[in-house]
Design a binder for this molecule. Structure first.
Ligand SMILES: Nc1ncnc2c1ncn2[C@@H]1O[C@H](COP(=O)(O)OP(=O)(O)OP(=O)(O)O)[C@@H](O)[C@H]1O
Ligand SMILES: [Mg+2]
Length: 492
């Protein structure tokens, strides 16, 4: 390798993506002229969707365009419309208030009687569209939604609606998703509609020239052609893998070893990327790894206070431990949200989660669920889905009653927000748990769904939604029992 100047060195360089960034900037300029649109960034995990979004957000910021962001909660359990709630909140709005307005006019028919208030939902969507148009009337607006493969279905339907609605507003919507995710395949119709109303920019691997620029920027030395070729071959240009390998080997001062033809067993990517992550995490103290594993149960993003409540470390030690994990790039503090942290990558969280013994995982889900319940006892509403998810996953430990109660409450809340598909997910899980509990008082929507053995009514509005027969409901319940009798291997 040959040395480069200090100015070229950077610990977090951005390379390549020239065409993609140019396309996004041009869409931003169109939005500024009243021709808003929806752009979809797609690609495999680690390919650079979030990073490209943050680069375009930076350009927007430099041009005085406000940027609002909605993140999806990858582990499930977020309230319905979660990404949109964040977006509206950042603009001083409140999606629940918009929904409550529609709900009062509908006389709460949808959530209680099984009548389908699809018209009310469209009114809510329209109100959100008008709110965004008003918010961008003086200055254009960039709205970024990351990881929408993990969004609840109502949020995706709202995105699809707005993809059309912003055509005459000063709003650019940019959403990202992993197209190979199982959920994207399951909701094929919804994603196909998004692509139809928006413009898709598929992200592929970085080129050899990009990788060369990346290594030079990180190490301060220009890499040899063999090294670049090897890195390109191993990583197929996935920036996350490139970054992991370069950072690790540069820290160990063994990057040059990639020049040689010997095969490092750690570098069969992507199967071995977890080994790389484990090697990186192994540099932390044992208690730090233990804290991070609990964080991995909470989710890709986690609240500092919640995590601290699960730990026996002294506050000073806890802060040190977290600081070490940040310094090593395993987690990062989220800029606009104090006390919230995020794993550097979903694969980092997954690796730590998978390393937990299954029984411990269940206990942690139960502990986190109960902690959330006691922390937010005053206003549980925004946390119902999250608590329901943790308790559902912990149900094999024997607290199915409580899990069922939260699933029904989360389902009712989703139905009241016209988030029918989301409500169906909670009720379906509740049905799974039914055989494990005694008599349980259910809400109007849930009990009518369960009693009739269907989840139609308020929940059956979107085309092609699941309307399982009584037999299928029993099969779902049976499979829950089977899962329990097999022991703690509950599906996420
Ligand atoms: N063009 C690039 N130049 C340099 N680094 C990059 C580039 N693109 C991505 N990276 C880095 O690679 C890592 C993975 O990128 P990113 O998180 O954006 O991937 P992603 O596609 O959003 O993954 P996921 O689907 O898991 O969310 C990040 O640390 C990011 O900073
Ligand atoms: Mg991402």
């Amino acid at each position: 390798m040959t040395p480069t100047s200090a100015a070229e060195r950077s610990s977090r360089p951005f390379v390549g993506r020239i065409q993609e960034l140019a396309d996004l900037v041009s869409a931003l300029e169109d939005a500024a002229s009243g021709r808003g649109s929806l752009v979809l960034l797609t690609g495999e995990p680690g390919i650079g969707k979030t990073r490209l979004m943050s680069e375009v957000a930076q350009v927007a910021g430099q041009r005085g365009v406000p940027v609002v962001t909605g993140r999806c909660w990858e582990e499930g359990g977020a309230p319905p419309y979660w990404p949109w709630m964040q977006v509206l909140r950042s603009l001083g709005g409140d999606l629940e208030r918009l929904a409550a307005f529609g709900d009062s006019r509908a006389g709460r028919r949808g959530a209680t009687s099984g009548v389908v208030p699809e018209g009310e939902r469209i009114r809510l969507f329209d109100a959100v569209g008008r709110f965004l148009a008003a918010a961008s009337s003086e200055r254009p607006l960039l709205v970024t939604l990351d990881d929408v493969h993990a969004a609840d279905e109502p949020s995706l339907l709202l995105l699809r609606f707005l993809g059309d609605a912003v055509a005459e507003a000063n709003v650019l919507l940019v959403a990202s998703y992993r197209e190979a995710e199982r959920r994207v395949l399951e909701l094929g119709d919804v994603f196909a509609e998004l692509v139809r109303v928006g413009r898709r920019i598929p992200l592929r691997g970085l080129t050899s020239a990009d990788i060369e620029a990346y290594v030079a920027a990180v190490t301060g030395s220009r890499p040899t052609r063999q090294l670049v070729a090897r890195l390109h071959k191993i990583t197929e240009g996935n920036p996350f893998f490139v970054e992991e390998i370069v950072r690790l080997l540069a820290a160990e001062d063994t990057l040059e070893s990639l020049d040689q033809t010997t095969t490092d067993p750690f570098l069969r990517i992507p199967a071995e990327v977890r080994a790389l992550i484990r090697r990186r995490v192994a540099n932390l103290a044992r208690e730090a790894v233990a804290v991070l594993r609990v964080a991995a149960v909470i989710g890709r993003e986690f609240d500092l206070y919640l995590l601290q409540r699960t730990s026996r470390l002294t506050p000073a030690r806890f802060v040190d431990v977290l600081g070490d994990a940040v310094a090593l790039g395993v987690i990062a503090e989220l800029p606009a949200t104090p006390r919230r942290y995020s794993f550097a990558h979903e694969l980092v969280r997954e690796t730590l989660y998978d390393d937990l013994p299954p029984a411990r995982r269940l206990k942690l889900h139960r502990e986190v669920g109960r902690l959330l319940e006691s922390l937010y006892g005053e206003d549980l509403h925004p946390h119902l889905s999250e608590i329901a998810r943790h308790l559902y996953l912990a149900a094999p430990l024997g607290d199915a009653d409580q899990a069922l109660e939260y699933l029904v409450r989360a389902g009712d809340r989703a139905a009241a927000l016209f988030a029918y598909e989301e409500a169906a997910v909670h009720y379906r899980r509740a049905l799974e748990l039914l055989p494990l509990v005694g008599a349980h008082p259910m809400s109007g929507a849930a009990s009518s769904c369960c009693a009739s053995g269907t989840r139609s009514g308020a929940l059956g509005t979107a085309p092609g939604r699941v309307r399982p027969s009584r037999r299928r409901s029993r099969a779902a319940a049976g499979s829950a029992t089977a899962s329990c009798s097999r022991g703690p291997r509950w599906a996420m």
